[in-house]
Ligand binder design. Structure first.
Ligand code: IVH
Length: 666
C-alpha cells in the first residue's frame, strides 16, 4: 500500500466509524455488529500506527485511548463554570419564582426543567466542528485539561458533520450508568477485590486517570445541559437542548418546559420516585428560566446565576440506636465490622445493619456502645453509618474497641501494610473461613451444588463431617441421614448433587477452589492457557504473567496457593473424587443459530462470558452489545441489568435463559 492509499483508507475508515458511532448513540441503530465495528477500528489503528503522519487528533481510534498523561495541564475557562443555588423545599422554590418575577417585572416567561445528574461537571470545546478540549470544573476559573480521557466517551461526537458555522462550548455531567457501574463491580467481586463504593466517585476517579486506555475500559457516559457561544444560534434553553441533540450530542430525554411554578412543582414530584428507574444517578432537578435574553436580564450574584436554581431531593437519613458492633470474617480471613441497629425504616426498606468498613472508620466516628447514629442510603450499595448524635450519648458509655484478636477463633489479627482491612491469619481452623470456603465452593456460580444450602454447610461443619470441599465427596448415606432434618429423599438428593457436580468443567473447579484474586474470568483464562492442573501447579510466577490479563498480584496469589501442602492435598482428593482438572477441548459447532443475533447480559452457570460468545459464534450466531428492534434474542443470566431487561421487553425481544439456550444448540 502506498502512503497515499493509506491516507485515503484512514480517511474512509474514520468517516465510516464516526458514522456508525453516531447511528448507534443518536438513533439507537446498529447498522453493523460490534464485531464488525471493532474490526474496522482495529484496521484503522493498525494503519495509523504504520502511518502516524496521517493520525488525526479526532480519529475514532481516540475512543480506545492510549495516551498517558503524566499530569493534566491546568487551563483557564473561557467562561467561568458557576454552580447553582440549592434548595430543599417547595417554599424556597416559590420564593425563587417570586424573585424572578419581581426582577423581570412581569410573569410572561417559561421555565425549563431538567434533572440534576450526579456525576462530574466538564466543559468541552468545539472549533470548526471538532472536539478540541475537555476540561474539569476545577475551582470554576481554572480546571484540568483531560481531553484524551473525554475523547473516550463514546456518545460524545469527536467530529460534527457538517461542521456548524459557530465555535462553542458545551457543558454537562460525566457519569457511569448504574448498569456499567454494576458491571465494573461484578468484575471486582469476581476478582475478590473491594468494591467501588458509589458511581459518582468512580466516575470522578476514572476521569482523572493517567492512562486513557484504562478510562476507555470504564465506559463513561455523559449528558449535556449547557451551550455557550459568542455567536448566538439559539434563543432559549429549549432550543439549545434540541439543537444540541440534533447536532448529535447526548441529551437526557427527561427535560420539560413548564409554564408557571405549579408545573415545575409537578415535575419535581413526578421525578422524586420515578428517577430511580433511570440508568443514571440523579440527586435533584434544575430549574432554568428558558429565554436567554431574560437570563441576561436576571444576571448573576457573586457566585450563582439568578436565573436558575437546583432543587435537591433529600438523601434519606434516619437516627437509630446502635445495639452492637459485630465482626464478619470472610472466606479469605478479611474482617468487616458491622453496625447492628435498632430496625428502622429508610427509603422504603427496613434497615437492621449498616457497614462500618474498617477500624479507621470506627475511630473516625468515635463510636460508643449504645450511641444514636445517623444512617444514610445514598448512591452506595449498602446503607452506612454517617455520624453520631453525640448529644444523645449517656455519660458512662464505653467506646467501641476494635478487637486485637479474631472474634471467632481468638487468633491475633494482622494488618497488611497499605490495606485498611484486618485479617485473621488462621486459615486452617477459623470456622467462618472454613464455612466460607465450603459455601463458595458449592455456590451457584461455582460448583452449583444446590442440594446443599447454607444451613446444611453449617450442620456438616458442626458435626465435624466436612471441613474442606474434598470432605463433601467422602460423605456417605449413613452420615448424611443422621443430620437433623434429613430423610431418605433429601439425603439421596444431596449425594446426587455432589455426583452431578463432578461434570463441571475445569475452569469452574478452579474458580471454586477460592484462590484469592482468582475470579471466574481469571479462572477461565488460566484453564485455557495451562490446560490442566499439573501445568498450573508447576508454573512459575513468570509463566503466569505471560497469560494475557494476569498481573503480578494474581500470579503471586496462585503461586502461593499451590505452594501450600494442604491445598495440594485437597486438589489431590478432589481429583480422586472425579472432578475435572483438565480442560476438555470439545468441538462444539453447528448451524443452529445461523444469522441470529444475541445480546448477553448477566452471569451464567455453565459458561463463562467469553466462552458463551465463542459458542454462539461456532453455531453461526452473532453477539451484539446493544438492544435494538432487530435483535433476535436477549440471553439473560443471573443479575442482569434492569435497563436491558426493560428495553428488551418494550421492544418485544425474545428473552431466553441459559437452559433454553442450551436447548437451542443441542
Ligand atoms: S446547569 C450556571 N444543569 O450541578 C450553572 N447543572 O450545582 C449551570 N448539574 O456544576 C449548571 N445536572 O455539575 C445544570 N441539568 C443540569 C445539571 C447540572 C447536574 C450539576 C453541575 C453543576 C452543579 C450545580
Amino acid at each position: 500500500m502506498s502512503a497515499e492509499q493509506a491516507r485515503v483508507q484512514i480517511q474512509e475508515l474514520s468517516k465510516k466509524l464516526h458514522y456508525y458511532n453516531k447511528r448507534y448513540y443518536m438513533d439507537n441503530v446498529s447498522e453493523i455488529t460490534d464485531y464488525e465495528f471493532d474490526m474496522l477500528l482495529k484496521e484503522l489503528i493498525e494503519l495509523e500506527n504504520a502511518y502516524p503522519q496521517f493520525r488525526d487528533a479526532n480519529s475514532p481510534s481516540q475512543r480506545v485511548g492510549g495516551t498517558i498523561s503524566k499530569e493534566f495541564p491546568t487551563v483557564r475557562h473561557k467562561y467561568r463554570m458557576l454552580s447553582l443555588g440549592n434548595t430543599y423545599s417547595e417554599q424556597e422554590i416559590q420564593e425563587f419564582d417570586a424573585r424572578v418575577k419581581k426582577i423581570l417585572g412581569h410573569n410572561d416567561f417559561e421555565y425549563f426543567c431538567e434533572l440534576k445528574f450526579d456525576g462530574v461537571a466538564v466543559s468541552i470545546s468545539y472549533e470548526n466542528g471538532l472536539l478540541t478540549r475537555g476540561v474539569t470544573r476545577g475551582d470554576g476559573s481554572k480546571g484540568d485539561d483531560i481531553t484524551p480521557n473525554i475523547k473516550t466517551i463514546r456518545s460524545l461526537p469527536l467530529v460534527l458533520n457538517p461542521a456548524p458555522e459557530f465555535d462553542f462550548e458545551v457543558r454537562g455531567e460525566v457519569f457511569l450508568t448504574k448498569e456499567d457501574f454494576k458491571t465494573l463491580n461484578d468484575k471486582k467481586e469476581d476478582l475478590g477485590e473491594d468494591l467501588y463504593a458509589n458511581a459518582r466517585n468512580t466516575a470522578s476517579g476514572s476521569l482523572k486517570m493517567q492512562n486513557s486506555a484504562e478510562v476507555a475500559r470504564r465506559k463513561l457516559s455523559c449528558y449535556l445541559y449547557s451551550f455557550i457561544s459568542e455567536s448566538a444560534p439559539f434563543k432559549t434553553q429549549e432550543e439549545a437542548i434540541l439543537g444540541l441533540k440534533k447536532l448529535g450530542f447526548p441529551i437526557s430525554p427527561t427535560f420539560k418546559k413548564c409554564t408557571g411554578i405549579e408545573n415545575v412543582i409537578n415535575y419535581i414530584n413526578y421525578w422524586e420516585t420515578k428517577r430511580y428507574e433511570l440508568d443514571v444517578e440523579t440527586d435533584g432537578i434544575v430549574i432554568k428560566v428558558n429565554e436567554f435574553q431574560l437570563q441576561d436580564e436576571l444576571g448573576y450574584t457573586a457566585k450563582i446565576p439568578r436565573w436558575a436554581i437546583a432543587y435537591k431531593y433529600k438523601t434519606e437519613n434516619v437516627i437509630t440506636r446502635l445495639n452492637n458492633v459485630t465482626y464478619q470474617i470472610g472466606r479469605t480471613g478479611a474482617v468487616t465490622p458491622v453496625a447492628e441497629l435498632e430496625p428502622v425504616l429508610l427509603a422504603g426498606t427496613t434497615v437492621k445493619r449498616a457497614s462500618l468498613h474498617n477500624a479507621n472508620e470506627i475511630s473516625r466516628l468515635n463510636l460508643h456502645q449504645g450511641d444514636y447514629v445517623f444512617v444514610e442510603k445514598g448512591g452506595e450499595i449498602i446503607p452506612k453509618v454517617t455520624g453520631v448524635d453525640y448529644s444523645q450519648r449517656k455519660t458512662d458509655t464505653l467506646p467501641i474497641e476494635y478487637p486485637n484478636n479474631c472474634p471467632e477463633c481468638g487468633t491475633p489479627l494482622v494488618r497488611i501494610e497499605g490495606e485498611a482491612n484486618h485479617y485473621c491469619p488462621n486459615y486452617k481452623k477459623c470456622a467462618p473461613q472454613i464455612k466460607g470456603r465450603i459455601q463458595h465452593f458449592i455456590n451457584r456460580n461455582a460448583m452449583n451444588i444446590d442440594s446443599i444450602g447454607e444451613q446444611t454447610v453449617k450442620q456438616l461443619y458442626e458435626s465435624g463431617l466436612v471441613i474442606s470441599p474434598a470432605d463433601l465427596y467422602d460423605l456417605t448415606y449413613d452420615q448424611v441421614i443422621t443430620l437433623e432434618g434429613f430423610k431418605d429423599l433429601s439425603t439421596k438428593k444431596l449425594l446426587q448433587g455432589l455426583i452431578d457436580s463432578t461434570a463441571q468443567p475445569f475452569h469452574i473447579v478452579l474458580f471454586a477452589l477460592g484462590i484469592r484474586h482468582v475470579g471466574k474470568t481469571v479462572a477461565e483464562k488460566l484453564a485455557e492457557h495451562f490446560k490442566n492442573i499439573d501445568n498450573l501447579v508447576n508454573a512459575t510466577e513468570e509463566q503466569f504473567i505471560e497469560v494475557p490479563e494476569i498481573g503480578e498480584r494474581i500470579a503471586k496469589s496462585v503461586k502461593e496457593f499451590f505452594e501450600k501442602n494442604t491445598n495440594l492435598n485437597e486438589v489431590d482428593r478432589l481429583k480422586k473424587a472425579g472432578l475435572q482438572f483438565e480442560k476438555i477441548e470439545e468441538e462444539l459447532s453447528g448451524n443452529q443459530l445461523d444469522g441470529k443475533t444475541f445480546v448477553i447480559s448477566g452471569v451464567f452457570t455453565t459458561f463463562g462470558r467469553e466462552e458463551l460468545k465463542e459458542v454462539i459464534k461456532k453455531h453461526g450466531g452473532k453477539v451484539v452489545s446493544s438492544i435494538s428492534s432487530k435483535l433476535n434474542f436477549l440471553l439473560a443470566g443471573e443479575n442482569m441489568g434492569p435497563a436491558k431487561l426493560e428495553k428488551a421487553t418494550s421492544l418485544g425481544i425474545r428473552i431466553i435463559n441459559e437452559t433454553e439456550f442450551k436447548e437451542m444448540i443441542k
